[in-house]
Design a protein around this ligand. Structure first.
Ligand code: ADP
Ligand code: 5GP
Length: 188
């Protein structure tokens, strides 16, 4: 049976992972995280099958050709990310509502396919400088990769009017509560 889809999106470094982790631990309704596939290399603290399904670029392309993705994007130059149809089906079979952490284009693609069953929430940083500082403090990306992420952010934030809801992630405690409230009211 189809359950609901909670699509959290926004620029890299805006706080999606932090907010989604809090949501998954604090929400009383059955929720599960949709593990995306990616062709990028794992970071030191990431585990295959937990953070992502890490696929070789060749296998990722094969899955595109086989029609295995609900959506996929080349989010950054040469790095593909996508939502596998079977991942969402697996979580629905478990009776869970599915939580996504995906880029803006992917979020809007899924919304189009499930207009009534999904909510799209954009996480917005205070400003681009704050975003850059958070990416630098997170220290998980090279300076080239940080530049790529920051330069995409402006375009992504311009898409805010296309989202069902926007959360300004300034004070963490406030934004975590806002996300929880929005999801609770969407699911009720
Ligand atoms: P994303 O998943 O969108 O790329 P992260 O959740 O990894 O973003 O957050 C980027 C960095 O900013 C992390 O180091 C995280 O701990 C930090 N961070 C997230 N939200 C806040 C906040 N409201 N205030 C201060 N730091 C934050
Ligand atoms: P990161 O490399 O920092 O883990 O993620 C980079 C970007 O890819 C983030 O904006 C994240 O939301 C996005 N992303 C992760 N998984 C998916 C996915 O399955 N589809 C799409 N379209 N974007 C994704």
């Amino acid at each position: 049976m189809r359950k609901k889809l909670i699509i959290v999106s926004g620029p890299s470094g805006s706080g999606k992972t932090t907010l989604v982790k809090h949501l998954l631990s604090a929400c009383k309704s059955p929720l599960a995280f949709s593990i995306s596939a990616t062709s990028r290399q794992p970071r030191a603290n990431e585990t295959d099958g937990v953070d992502y399904y890490f696929l070789s670029p060749e296998l990722f392309q094969k899955k595109i050709a086989d029609g295995d993705f609900l959506e996929y994007e080349e989010v950054y130059n040469g790095s593909f990310y996508g939502t596998l149809k079977e991942e969402v089906q697996r979580l629905w079979n478990e009776g869970k509502n599915v939580v996504f952490d995906i880029d803006v284009a992917g979020a809007l693609t899924i919304k189009k396919q499930f207009p009534k069953e999904s909510i799209t929430i954009l996480i917005r940083p205070k400003d681009i400088e704050t975003l850059r500082e958070r990416l630098e403090e997170r220290a998980s990306d090279s300076s080239k990769s940080i530049e790529e992420r920051v330069s995409k952010a402006e375009y992504e934030l311009q898409q805010a009017p296309l989202f069902d809801s926007v959360i300004d992630n300034d004070v963490l405690e406030v934004s975590t509560n806002q996300l929880l409230e929005k999801v609770n009211s969407f699911l009720s």
